[in-house]
Ligand binder design. Structure first.
Ligand SMILES: Nc1ncnc2c1ncn2[C@@H]1O[C@H](COP(=O)(O)OP(=O)(O)OP(=O)(O)O)[C@@H](O)[C@H]1O
Ligand SMILES: [Mg+2]
Length: 296
């Protein structure tokens, strides 16, 4: 399954390469009244790689995502997507530039089917409105709608949710609802995908399935993935780079093996320099085998 191939056959508006873009956060500072949520946060996510952002509860991980996607405006600092600075770009325009996300708490439209929820993901790529109808004509618009359905079909096949596409999302298990959220984000044909706790609350089997899908998104579609997750086994297995936040500051950054050994990281997780169980044994086994999906 390769969404890249169909994108390159698309009309002009979709013909640009879908390859992952780099993402950079530079010196970002964010406050909520007396709370200093982010302090001079800088890191980069390499194109086409999986970068994880980890840290204890309240460390600022979701705030980083909200800043990157434009929901929060930083008091200082910049966000760059590829070679464009997007710090002042509105949320919807960021989506059009190739940024998509899933949310820490499931954000699906209740009462709508799986397919309808996925279709909502793709809307920003359509040239809607009277002016565009005049400019592009009906034939182009029909062609574009055909392309959109093709993308939706591929996403549904890829995430193995064809059998549930007409069900209302409300009747689905938690794990499947999270998968539908991922489907909606993928239907936006992102070049950078932000995933905020994609396996939170999932059982082991659901977690392994989701980890495999995230790896496939990166490997087969070339999308840049920025992942926030508390499941350390999964983070250490599938990420190539890990950024650690604590109290709104980056305290470590490096390969999974490097951050796992970092004294400040161990301290942040346990409040002591003793080995943090969630950062140690089983995860290191997975790492030794490269992108092994054995989730700790
Ligand atoms: N909209 C907001 N208004 C006020 N304070 C906020 C807001 N968003 C985040 N914060 C505060 O900023 C800090 C960082 O919160 P954030 O949600 O980014 O943490 P997190 O690392 O995602 O935590 P968790 O692992 O629990 O999801 C917290 O002190 C939080 O209360
Ligand atoms: Mg959060």
């Amino acid at each position: 399954m390769n969404i890249v191939a169909s994108a390159t056959e698309a009309p002009a508006s979709h013909s640009a390469s879908m390859a992952g873009l780099s993402l950079a956060v530079e010196g970002v500072d964010l406050r909520f009244g007396g709370i200093h949520a982010l302090r001079n946060v800088s890191f980069a996510a390499a194109p086409g790689q999986i970068t994880a952002v980890i840290g204890p509860n309240g460390a600022g991980k979701t705030s980083v995502f909200n800043t990157i996607s434009g929901f929060y405006k930083p008091a200082a600092g910049r966000v760059r997507l590829g070679d464009k600075e997007i710090t002042q770009v509105p949320v919807q325009a960021r989506a059009a530039l190739g940024l998509a996300r899933t949310f820490q708490n499931i954000a699906l439209f209740h009462g709508l089917s799986v397919l309808e929820n996925i279709k909502l993901g793709g809307h920003h790529t359509m040239k809607a409105g009277v002016l565009s109808a005049l400019a592009y004509g009906r034939a182009t618009r029909r062609e574009e709608m055909g392309l959109r359905s093709e993308v939706e079909r591929k996403v549904i096949d890829f995430l193995e949710i064809d059998h549930i596409r007409h069900l209302p999302v409300d009747v689905l298990s938690y794990g499947l609802q999270k998968r539908v959220e991922l489907a909606r984000a993928l239907a936006m044909q992102p070049r950078v995908l932000l995933l905020d706790e994609p396996v939170a609350g999932m059982n082991r089997e659901e977690t392994e399935d989701m980890a495999r899908f995230i790896l496939d998104v990166q490997e087969e579609w070339g999308v840049t993935v920025l992942l926030v997750e508390h499941d350390m086994g999964m983070v250490m297995d599938i990420s190539s780079h890990v950024v650690v936040l604590n109290f709104g500051e980056v305290i470590a950054s490096g390969t999974p093996a490097e951050v796992r050994r970092h004294p400040q990281v161990i301290e942040a997780y346990l409040g002591t320099e003793a080995a943090a169980p969630e950062l140690a044994p089983a995860a290191s086994d997975g790492l030794a085998a490269g992108k092994n999906l054995a989730v700790a």
